[in-house]
Design a protein around this ligand. Structure first.
Ligand code: H79
Length: 456
């Protein structure tokens, strides 16, 4: 496990206001590790799918406020009433290869799907019985074909798993009222905790061994009956099952808010999990921002508040420039298809990534944060992502210590750009017109790892 825990201390790369200020980078990048594929990937697909796709945000004719996968809590639905969605869940249009193809075409390298959300319903064929095979007319496994399609197409298959469970008998609503339940957070029934931990372990063994999940992305860890010691024990047990498994910090307790980083009181896991936010500065530990395209994780028919493709592409760049991964969510419909608005946006991201992907994959956080955009770098190249095209055709960056080999636009690679190298600053001459309104990438090919020349 990584030793660094304090988010306050982790914010080392706070240079996004001061052009040219050199920063210290830690050893994160040096060690070859099971995190390598994950660090290189930079872009993944989150999928929230379950029984909540059936009501899709509406209960008994009424719109229910909030994220759709929380409808059981938001509308205070009893266990037996919620179970009635199962006979209506029949995703006949589900096509695992098509889902994976859409993710892959968008430039995503991994998929994290809800194997079980807070509602307790499993999308895989478990030994336990509240699942897609045993409880729905569909009657077939969803995660096995998805895992296999991922393997066929070279996408890494990963799973989300909620510790809190609104369906398991071990847990009661916090108001103790099974007829008008307040499910969040659950209370543990006296003496039932070990029964529930065994139940989780059955699922987790299935996911790791039979479904070959590569990441376990825990959530719902905040009820008071789940402790850091429980998280540590589960983490150790999982790593024994598969020493290459990656597990997020939410396997442990003590997360204070949505910023998703661990402190000295919480479990660090293998990566931090900011939710619906991007850290203001670079962070020197492994982290991944998970975000929605509209306002809901699960499909919500009434939510048409979609972010633009421009926002989504710039979020990906922003996150990469700060050393993190972007886990971008899809909420499939109950019939097994992705909402058209999501597919459209992923298409635009794929178009951008096909031209500019090398400025995202395998990159490390920036050396500086300019006003005109963002910066990423890797061995042999510094990438300037220009959001705001300079009207004077000049882009200023702090001087690099490296020898330059070539400067070009990823969107027009045959043309070499001129640079005027001053002691403190370099000025790159760019074409008059914007190449890409969303983000034009200039590649400065250099010898070695880009570093700033000493200016202080
Ligand atoms: O699965 C999606 C959501 O359903 C779930 N996480 C994403 C990935 C989620 N989103 N919002 N919430 C859960 C709300 C939880 C909020 C809180 Fe808390 C739980 C507030 C208080 C307890 C977070 C955890 C902030 C403090 C502890």
């Amino acid at each position: 496990m990584r030793p660094i825990r304090n988010a306050g201390l982790l914010v080392l790369l706070a240079v996004f206001a001061v052009l040219g200020k050199p920063v210290t980078l830690s050893a994160q990048s040096a060690e070859p590790s099971r995190m390598q594929w994950w660090r290189d990937a930079r872009f993944g697909m989150f999928i929230h799918w379950g029984l909540y796709a059936v009501p899709a945000g509406k209960y008994k004719g009424q719109e229910v406020a909030g994220i759709s996968e929380w409808i059981m809590q938001r509308a205070k639905i009893t266990r037996s009433d919620y179970e009635k969605f199962a006979p209506q869940f029949n995703p006949n249009s589900f096509d695992a290869d098509q889902w994976v193809r859409i993710a892959k075409d968008a430039g995503m390298k991994y998929i994290v799907i809800t194997s079980k959300h807070h509602d307790g319903f499993c999308l895989f064929d478990s030994q336990t019985d509240y699942d897609i095979v045993d409880a729905t007319p569909y009657g077939k496994d969803l995660l096995k074909p998805l895992s296999e399609a991922c393997q066929r197409q070279g996408i890494t298959f990963c799973t989300y798993y909620s510790i809190m469970d609104w369906h398991h008998r071990s847990q009661l609503p916090k108001n103790g009222d099974m007829a008008k339940p307040e499910w969040n957070p659950t209370k543990m029934v006296e003496g039932e905790k070990s029964v529930y931990v065994d139940y989780m372990k059955e699922h987790l063994r299935e996911l790791v061994v039979d479904y070959k999940t590569n990441v376990l992305w825990f959530d719902g860890e905040w009820p008071d009956w789940w402790t850091n010691a429980d998280g540590q024990a589960l983490y150790d047990w999982l790593l024994d099952l598969n020493p290459k498994l990656i597990v997020n910090n939410r396997v442990g307790a003590g997360r204070k808010g949505m910023s998703g980083f661990s402190d000295e009181n919480s479990f660090a896991g293998d990566f931090g999990t900011p939710e619906q936010e991007i850290p203001a500065t670079g962070v020197d530990s492994d982290w991944e921002s998970c975000m929605t395209m509209n306002g809901s994780w699960g499909f919500k028919a009434s939510d048409t508040n979609w972010k633009s493709s421009e926002t989504l592409i710039r979020n990906l760049i922003d996150i990469a420039s700060k050393g993190g991964n972007y886990l971008l969510n899809i909420g499939p419909k109950a019939d097994g298809t992705f909402p058209a608005a999501s597919v459209e946006r992923l298409g635009a991201m794929g178009d951008w990534m096909r031209v500019n992907g090398e400025s995202i994959y395998g990159t490390k956080s920036a050396l500086f944060g300019p006003s005109w955009g963002r910066v990423t770098r890797k061995q042999g190249a510094l990438y300037l992502h220009v959001f705001y095209w300079p009207s004077d055709r000049k882009l200023t960056i702090p001087a690099l210590a490296n020898q330059t080999v070539n400067i070009s636009l990823l969107a027009a690679p045959t043309e070499t750009l001129r640079v005027e190298k001053g002691d403190a600053d370099w000025v790159i001459r760019v074409p008059t017109t914007t190449i890409d309104k969303v983000a034009t990438v200039i590649k400065i090919e250099v010898e070695g790892m880009p570093e700033l020349s000493k200016t202080e």
